[in-house]
Design a binder for this molecule. Sequence first.
Ligand SMILES: Cc1cc2nc3c(=O)[nH]c(=O)nc-3n(C[C@H](O)[C@H](O)[C@H](O)COP(=O)(O)OP(=O)(O)OC[C@H]3O[C@@H](n4cnc5c(N)ncnc54)[C@H](O)[C@@H]3O)c2cc1C
Length: 402
Amino acid sequence: METTTVTTDRLRDILDRIEAFMEAEVVPLEAATCGKTWVEIAPLLEERRQRVKAAGLWTPHLPEAWGGLGLSLAAFGRVSERLGRSPFGHYVFNAQAPDVGNMEILIEHGTPAQQERFLWPLLRGEIRSCFSMTEPEHAGSNPIVMSTTAVKDGDDYVINGHKWFTTAADGAAFAIVMAVTDPHAESPYARASQIIVPADTPGFRLVRNISVMGDEGGGWASHAEIVYENCRVPQANLLGREGAGFTIAQERLGPGRIHHCMRWIGICERAFEMMCAYAARREIAPGKPLATRQTIQNWIAESRAEIDAARLLVLDTARKIDDEGAYAARVSVSVIKFYVAGILQNVLDRAVQTHGALGMTDDTPLAHWFRHERAARIYDGPDEVHKARVARQVMKQYGVRL
Ligand SMILES: Cc1cc2nc3c(=O)[nH]c(=O)nc-3n(C[C@H](O)[C@H](O)[C@H](O)COP(=O)(O)OP(=O)(O)OC[C@H]3O[C@@H](n4cnc5c(N)ncnc54)[C@H](O)[C@@H]3O)c2cc1C
């Protein structure tokens, strides 16, 4: 997606304004929303979204022509870190997954009619969307094996299949569905296509919001199981070329992983600050705060080193994608995906442990992140898949084909 080079001064100004907004308007929402459902929280978030729009910080990831801030990927990465400091940050700025990826797909591959009907309302924040690829019956790590089909009938596609973990499907206006359109294509990567399915299409059946780590979420925070039963949509809902489903998905994954990794670093920074502040104020003996204990000092030092190293790796990968394209950066993208997901687990675990019983409660966002960010090691490719990819590229240089 086309971006412009942002000057250091302009980026500093944007980051300062976003930091100030997050601290004043978003972080305080956490206390007010503890234990509430998505439906209860949504009006509060909507109000903040209007203020982000008024502040001119809406959809910061997009080019200016589409109403965004026209940032490079590396510059948006730094924004994503700031937004990641609260579970609501990305949503309040309309920069949340999976809508961000779907916006990018529609900008790059949507027809003018598709953009008019699906993209512009998404950009304005009037609707939400979801991305429906993973199937319970097949290994999502190897998505070329899938059962969902889209068969041509007259001017339509008729879609049948079973998906799960379609994030944010509850209340979404449409899904981008990955379905096999040519089961006999020679390349397995040319068999599937991406097709827009409005959620009110007959045959689109949301079976349930899956309970994930004890939480069914709801709304944008849901992960749904969906059955597509003779779901009929016009062929005009095809995105890009028929058979280009995996190519399009691949294009969105590089930038998407930068967004996620920088969001995780934002979580790490906030958890780190909470850990240090608690270690400073919690007395374990008269006049002796927790921070006087060497175990805590080790956690502080190790976390500081890991977070700083992770940030450098991710921003370097983002710069590589900006300068040389996603393909050139594919190994670095796999490195950051498993490395930063692991750092996130370490830092959160230390922060929870430092808080003792308080870390178990929902009085701080730590327990929410501890539950829900375990998934970081699984979605967008499990650790093991990314490690194998890195090793494969490295070992090529030693004449070994893995
Ligand atoms: C919170 C969350 C949100 C998600 N959102 C979406 C979404 O919006 N849309 C969507 O379509 N999907 C979504 N997913 C699904 C996600 O993309 C898949 O879970 C992921 O691709 C892994 O597929 P799987 O769960 O089928 O695991 P499998 O592929 O069955 O793998 C199981 C385990 O086997 C191991 N493994 C797999 N392959 C290898 C290998 N080659 N070498 C060694 N070990 C291996 C790994 O440890 C892996 O965790 C989401 C998942 C989660 C948890």
